[in-house]
Design a protein around this ligand. Structure first.
Ligand code: ADP
Ligand code: MG
Length: 615
């Protein structure tokens, strides 16, 4: 135990830094919108649940009467027990039946409401998440967003169902049974009403301590899962660095802590259960004792005492339920708050809306005018400062410069993943901010990045991702243009080949060519290639470069490159440094200038013999 505690205190700060801790308020208005379509069904469920609870209140009274008959027959053996008890037993059986039916009914209705609401909530949240700014995703972990869609919705749903079913039933039963109790015996009821809340108070205190433990234990499990998730998701890297042992140790260590926490929780729960059993049993004994003395004094019949016992047990069970339910409500509300939080968040850059330029007027001239930019998640750090660049229509412009110099950032601004903090980006003289972003991304700009991301479906579907309504012929044409048709048809399944998650079953060059086909199928006016060949080996670089050169003809092209050999053919070369355009010109002009470009060329020429493969 000592070790557990030591680890716990060591790790406490980590927990308090988790973004999960900053809770947002529960949005009742949104909740109401999700609930409104189900109000009728909900009303029916509530009526059924109330009915079931009221029947439950009746049952102890009838049981008491039955006991009274039994007692009578133990005293004086007269008449037939069967005939006398038959009527009562039938009524009891009937009540049991009704109770069962009502329970069945309200549970069915509730699960229907719960599941439909969960689907609605998941769909709405997913839809809203997909619309958020890229900056939003820079700052958030995917795992946490996904857990809002899964765990949090799940938790909210089950809390909702529990509150309606258990909450309603327990409240009704407490109220109903208290009424019948006080009709049975006022003195006993008063005693009960003193003892029960005291015990409940103690129970609630213990319960909240247990809930805290349970939350810590769950957080620890999540942390362990995170380790496993990372290792399994990046198994190639783990294997490549022979890190299996270290990952095993890391996971093992987290599991050990998690085990300690869970055991602590288990001990807590065991203690709670043990104590509450003692308490409940003592209450029964106490009631029997005091009630028995009342019976002895002829102030109460044996049957009434029996009814009283059963009813008081119902009250106690219901109140215990309510206290558990209270914790569930708290958890459900915070899960709901997390689910609703991003539903109301509206992105700064909408997905669509704004004007567009008709196809015949679109030339594809791009201008960055005195653009300044810093990433929203790193506000003080200026990536671009007074950056000015022109991409003439139909021409190829290369952007070179050191890694981290802001080249990808330029491409992101052109895609309108972010808006500049100063200056404007113009397409054919029109501010990008006035144009429809979905038109811009879907039809004007084709983007090919260094690490192509493919989806775990067929090659056909992956290429068609660029233009959903494309015919098969268009897909083939795009694949030919991207030098991909031959390798695709050499696969046994051809275009029906499943590429595996993130394209793991293809080589880098093949993936890149599919990405090029995907970008070309929309016949973009402007093509951005961000280090498109830098992750490839020399041989596939050749094939890919050939495809890129072909694709560049007649388009406005921005080539971002680290390897300068790939940009020699560009109409214009722009060297970036310090967030600005440092120098610009053709390859020859820049060489003559003997500036930064000449220096970069010289440096790469020195490195070249080391990196290129020997003949
Ligand atoms: P390049 O493509 O020239 O290598 P980038 O445009 O990717 O450079 O990055 C420029 C600078 O902006 C770097 O210092 C990088 O750390 C920072 N940066 C890039 N992406 C982000 C981001 N999403 N959030 C915050 N800073 C970023
Ligand atoms: Mg980059």
């Amino acid at each position: 135990v000592a070790r557990c505690e030591a680890e716990e205190t060591e790790e406490a700060p980590a927990i308090s830094f988790r973004p999960y801790v900053e809770e947002s308020r529960f949005n009742w208005k949104l909740f109401w919108q999700f609930l409104r379509p189900h109000l009728l069904v909900l009303a029916a469920a509530i009526v059924l649940a109330l009915g079931a609870a009221l029947v439950n209140v009746q049952i102890p009274l009838l049981l008491g009467q039955l006991v009274e008959i039994v007692a009578k027959y133990t005293r004086e053996h007269m008449g037939s027990f069967m005939t006398e008890s038959r009527n009562l037993s039938t009524r009891l059986l009937l009540l049991y039946g009704i109770q069962g039916l009502l329970t069945f009914g309200y549970l069915v209705l509730l699960s229907r409401i719960g599941e439909r609401m969960a689907v609605d909530m998941r769909r709405t949240l997913f839809c809203s998440l997909l619309r958020q700014d890229i900056a939003f995703f820079d700052a958030k972990k995917t795992g946490q967003l996904v857990s809002r869609l899964t765990t949090d919705v799940q938790e909210f749903k089950s809390s909702f169902k529990l509150v309606i079913s258990q909450g309603l039933r327990s409240c009704t039963q407490v109220a109903g049974c208290l009424v019948s109790l006080s009709m049975l015996s006022t003195r006993l009821t008063l005693l009960l009403m003193v003892a029960t809340p005291t015990l409940m108070g103690v129970g609630t205190l213990m319960g909240s301590a247990l809930r805290k433990l349970s939350r810590q234990s769950q957080e620890q499990i999540a942390r362990a899962t995170g380790v496993a998730d990372e290792a399994l998701g990046n198994v190639r890297t783990v294997r490549a660095f022979a890190m299996e042992h270290r990952e095993e140790e890391r996971y093992g260590a987290e599991l050990k802590v998690s085990c300690c926490k869970a055991e602590e929780l288990g001990r807590g729960i065991a203690l709670f259960q043990g104590l509450s059993n003692i308490a409940f049993n003592c209450m029964v004994l106490g009631t029997l004792f005091i009630g028995g003395s009342l019976v002895a004094g002829q102030q109460l019949t044996g049957g009434d005492l029996m009814s009283f016992l059963v009813a008081s047990q119902t009250v106690q069970r219901s109140m215990a339920n309510l206290s558990v339910l209270f914790g569930q409500v708290v958890r459900g509300l915070s899960a709901g708050a997390r689910v609703f939080e991003y539903m109301t968040l509206s992105p700064c850059i909408p997905l669509s809306g704004g004007s567009f330029i008709p196809k015949e007027d679109l030339h594809g001239a791009i201008t960055f005018q005195n653009v300044g930019f810093s990433y929203p998640c790193r506000p003080g750090f200026e990536v671009l400062k007074d950056f000015t660049l022109t991409l003439p229509p139909g021409k190829t412009v290369a952007l070179v410069g050191q890694s981290g110099g802001g080249k990808t950032t330029v491409a992101s601004l052109l895609e309108r993943f972010y808006d500049p903090t100063a200056g404007v980006v113009l397409l054919d003289g029109r501010d990008l901010r006035t144009l429809d972003p979905s038109w811009l991304r879907g039809q004007v700009i084709g983007f090919i990045s260094q690490e192509p991301v493919l989806f775990g479906t067929t090659i056909m579907e992956n290429i068609r991702f660029g233009k959903l309504e494309a015919s098969d012929e268009e897909v083939y044409a795009a694949a030919r243009e991207a030098n991909a048709h031959d390798f695709i048809t050499s696969f046994p399944d051809g275009y029906g080949t499943i590429v595996g998650e993130r394209g793991a079953t293809l080589s880098g060059g093949q993936k890149q060519r599919l990405a090029i086909a995907r970008a070309l199928i929309k016949q973009p006016t402007v093509l951005i290639m961000d280090e498109a060949t830098s992750a490839l080996d020399t041989e596939s670089e050749g094939v890919v470069q050939e495809a890129l050169d072909r694709a560049s003809a007649g388009r406005t092209v921005l080539i971002i490159a680290h390897r300068l050999s790939t940009v020699r053919g560009a109409h214009h070369i722009v060297v970036m440094a310090d967030g600005r355009v440092w120098e610009a010109g053709t390859h020859e002009e820049l060489l003559k200038k003997r500036g930064l470009y000449a220096e970069l060329i010289r440096r790469q020429a020195l490195e070249a013999p080391l990196t290129s493969t020997p003949p």
